[in-house]
Ligand binder design. Structure first.
Ligand SMILES: [Zn+2]
Length: 113
């Protein structure tokens, strides 16, 4: 789980690009060629909320027309299951707010060349 500073709030962040995932394997101010690890994850995204801008969410937003809030009183059944960040960024991001939606199937170890 990311902390509250995550672009889409406190969730599990996934990427379809290994380049994007690699950016989070070490501190960007101290990149190294040491062996790194990243998970290949199967994720159940369900009904997605497409986010074009950053939004600090606590849970997936409501999909009721005109609502789209993560803090409303609509039931859990009226919420999306995940958020896809696809704005003006280079890489898309996939965010779930319940770790049970994700299955880390493989741990891939690698070195940067
Ligand atoms: Zn709502």
């Amino acid at each position: 789980m990311a902390g509250e500073k995550g672009m889409f709030g406190q969730g599990v962040y996934l990427a379809e690009s290994s380049t994007k995932a690699d950016q989070y394997t070490d501190d960007k101010s101290a990149r190294s060629r040491k062996e790194k690890g990243m998970f290949l994850v199967r994720s159940c995204l369900g009904k997605i909320h497409l986010a074009k801008t950053a939004n600090k969410l606590q849970r997936p937003p409501c999909f009721q027309s005109g609502c789209e809030s993560d803090a409303c009183e609509h039931s859990e059944r009226q919420r999306c299951d995940s958020v896809v960040g696809d704005g003006s960024w280079i890489f898309r991001e996939f965010v779930t707010y319940n770790h049970h939606q994700n299955y880390p199937e493989y741990l891939i170890t690698y070195k940067r060349v």
